[in-house]
Design a protein around this ligand. Structure first.
Ligand SMILES: [Zn+2]
Length: 390
């Protein structure tokens, strides 16, 4: 056989493995016959691929289906703990990382303080976190996914700029893959959160989805037809620095009036840290104050929600996507915040468009970023699973 023929054959096999595995992954439970019917592969090919997946420990047989009339067929399902992934969230007021299995179940979490750590020191903190996760008892690991604030070139694994970590043109992907010998994916934290919600919160049926992540910053991740849309420069959804009418607050990006200075958890905290009689140092303290009905906090939350809702109106006008989920630290303000966002969103774009838009809270809050950063390693291609022996 010519080398090129062999390469083609290997490629075809990988393609078929991907197809069969995806079918089993997305079905929950299915049979070889059903896979053949839905993929249009021959039964022999399906059986071969399933045999490989079972041998690799990725798939198992679990009883038989009760079919009406026909021969009962053996059911197959994913072995969720066959492989593990690491996901990091560097966008909170601490660095958090976790090991997850193939169904997005978190097995172990670590966090390290990140306050006042930027530049090289912040990189050392990431190593500290990963040193522990990589050597945890959850093995084998197939890769590391990082959700970081800022502008990211995912293809190159490069953080172009993350203002609050003082990172500029940092080849984070390369640094981590060299240190740990694992594949690494680096994503903007909001884009990661979008993948987390899309993959694990039952929203796969909505092939188009916007997930807005509101924590220390504000950003959105946009999924179009089940794929992350990053735009030409990787920054699609970076709405945190669009100006808000009548807002003259100075932003940490150096400009004035940015959405983040009104709508982020950092903005809410800033009101409590500067000039306030009562100084609250964490967002959960502010949330408690809010739940007790404190007027000043409620006003700030409504104002934050309105500013965000207007920005969402612009996103709806640009993409006409009907499903929006909200994640991140600000979700602790619940229904009042959500309703302020909905109302402002409806006011700021054509009613015929916004009338069909559902804005809901996501399922995972801060875990969405971790789960999505990890899931991104397998989002469009499961090959990483097949290249490692169990
Ligand atoms: Zn700004």
């Amino acid at each position: 056989m010519l080398p090129s023929q062999k390469a083609n054959q290997q490629q075809a096999r990988l393609h078929n493995l991907n197809l069969v595995f995806r079918m089993i992954y997305e079905s929950g439970m299915t049979s070889r016959i059903e896979i053949a019917r839905r993929t249009h592969l021959t039964r022999t090919t399906v059986s071969d691929m399933v045999a490989d997946l079972i041998e690799g420990g990725l798939v198992e047989e679990v009883g038989t289906s009760v079919s009406s009339g026909g021969k009962p067929s053996i059911l197959l399902q994913l072995v969720a703990d066959a492989r593990y992934l690491i996901g990091l969230n560097l966008a909170q007021d601490k660095f958090v990382g976790a090991v997850t299995n193939l169904r997005g179940e978190i097995k172990e979490t670590y966090e390290v303080p990140s306050e006042n750590h930027d530049g090289e020191l912040a990189v050392q903190r990431v190593y500290e976190l990963l040193d522990r996760l990589v050597h945890s008892r959850w093995q084998p690991l197939i890769g590391i996914g990082v959700g970081t604030p800022g502008l990211v070139n995912t293809r190159q694994g490069m953080v172009i700029q993350a203002v609050n970590l003082a990172w500029k043109n940092l080849p984070l992907g390369k640094l981590l893959s060299q240190r740990y010998g694992l594949p690494v994916s680096v994503l903007n934290d909001s884009q990661a959160a979008a993948i987390g919600e899309f993959s694990y919160s039952g929203h796969r049926a909505h092939r188009n989805l916007i997930v807005v992540n509101v924590s220390q910053g504000v950003g959105a991740g946009i999924l179009i037809d089940g794929k992350l849309f990053q735009g030409d420069g990787g920054g699609a959804g970076e709405i945190g620095h669009v100006p808000v009418r009548g807002n003259d607050r100075l932003c940490r990006c150096g400009r004035v009036g940015c959405l983040e200075t009104l709508a982020s958890a950092r903005a809410i905290m800033a009101q409590w840290q500067a000039g306030s009689v009562e100084k609250l140092s964490t967002l959960s303290e502010v949330c408690e104050q809010f739940e007790r009905g404190d007027v000043k906090t409620r006003e700030a939350v409504v104002q934050a929600g309105q500013a965000l809702g207007e920005a969402l109106g612009a996103l709806v006008a640009a993409f006409d996507i009907h499903h929006i989920l909200l994640t991140g630290e600000m979700t602790c303000f619940g229904q009042l915040w959500l309703e302020s966002i909905r109302q402002a969103m409806r006011r700021s774009a054509l009613e015929q468009m916004t009338g069909q838009v559902q804005v809901e809270l996501g399922k995972f809050d801060n875990d969405a970023c971790i789960l999505g950063a990890a899931a991104h390693l397998l989002l469009e291609d499961y090959s990483l699973l097949f290249s490692q022996a169990k």
